[in-house]
Write a protein that binds this ligand. Sequence first.
Ligand code: PLP
Length: 353
Amino acid sequence: MEIKITKTTNKGTLPEASTLGFGKVFTDHMFIMDYSQDKGWQNARIVPFQRLSIHPASTVLHYGSEIFEGLKAYRTKDGSVQLFRPLENIKRLNRSAERMCLPTIPEEDALEALKTFIKVEEDWVPSKEGTSLYIRPFMFGNDETLGVHAVKNATFVIITSPVGSYYKEGINPVKIMIEDEDVRAVRGGTGEAKCGGNYAASNRAGQRAEEKGYSQVLWLDGVERKYIEEVGAMNVMFKINGKVVTPKLVGSILPGITRKSIIEILKTEGYEVEERLLSVDELIEALENGTLEEAYGCGTAAVVSPIGELAYKGKKYSINNGKIGSLTQYLYDTLTGIQWGNVEDKFGWIEKL
Ligand SMILES: *Cc1c(COP(=O)(O)O)cnc(C)c1O
C-alpha cells in the first residue's frame, strides 16, 4: 500500500504529563483513506490534523454507520515505542465492519497504516509512568444520499491523542449500579461490534448512575435481564470461591482484547477460569455468603478497574471491604508491566514500532 505523507509546517508540542487527561489533545497529523465500491480502498495519506468535510446527507450522520477501535502506543524505559496486540484490534475492526455493512481492510494494509502513522507521530508518545499515546482508528459510511442501504463509500481515519495515567492517585475501587431498566445490547444486535451507536444507547443509564453517585452500570442481558454482561464500556470478571468467572461471549458482549489477555495470563498461572453465563442472582448470593472475593472491569483505557461496591434494587454490597484485591492488583501489574516493557513478554504480544 502506498501512503502519501504531507507533514505539517506547524508542529505542536507534547503537553506536560499531569495535564493530559483522556482524549483532549490531538497530535500533528492524521491518517485517512477512502473507499468506494468500484475502486476499493484508495488515496491512503497522512496529512496535518484537520477538520473533516462531509456531505450533510452522509450516511454516518443519519443512519449511524460507524465503527471504531482503541489501542495504545507505549514508551519503554529505553525510549523505544511499542504496541500491544495491534493485529487483534485490526481483526476486530474487520469483524465490526462486517456486522455494520462497512468495507473491511486487508490486515497487512491496516497494520502498515497504523505503524507508519505512529512512526510519524512518535515524538507524541509520552514517557512519564502510566502515560501512553491513545490510538483511535475509526470508519464511517459516507454515501451522499438519504437512501437506506449498505454503503458504497466509506472513510477510514486514524487519530492519536497522548493520554495521562488512568490512575493518578492510585487505583481506587469504583461503585457500580446494576442496571435493570435500559439494556446495552441483545444477541443478534450490535453488542459484539465496536460501533458508536452502542455508546449512544448506553449513555442514559450511565448518566443516571452518575447522578446517584455511581461510576458506571453493570449491564444485564437484554432478554431476561438476568445474566451479567459488561460493566460500563468494559468487560467484567469476578473471583468467586477461588475461581475467576467472566460472562461468555454470547453475541451481545464486546470481545475485549484485555479480557482475552487476562484469561490467557490466568490460565498460564494455573487459575481456573470459567467463561459462562453468570446470573445476577448467583452474584448476589455470592455477595451475601461471602464467596465473592474480587470484582473488576477490564479494557484498554484502565487495564483493570476494581469494583468496591455493587448496588442492586436499592441494596448496597461491599466487595473486599472496598479495597483492590490481590489478584486484581497482580493482573494490573502484569499487564501494564508487559505493555510498558517492564515485565517479560512471554506471550509474544508486543509489537515494536
Ligand atoms: C472496547 C470495549 C471493551 C474493551 O475492549 P478492549 O479491547 O479490552 O479495550 C469492552 N466493552 C466495550 C463495550 C467496549 O467498547
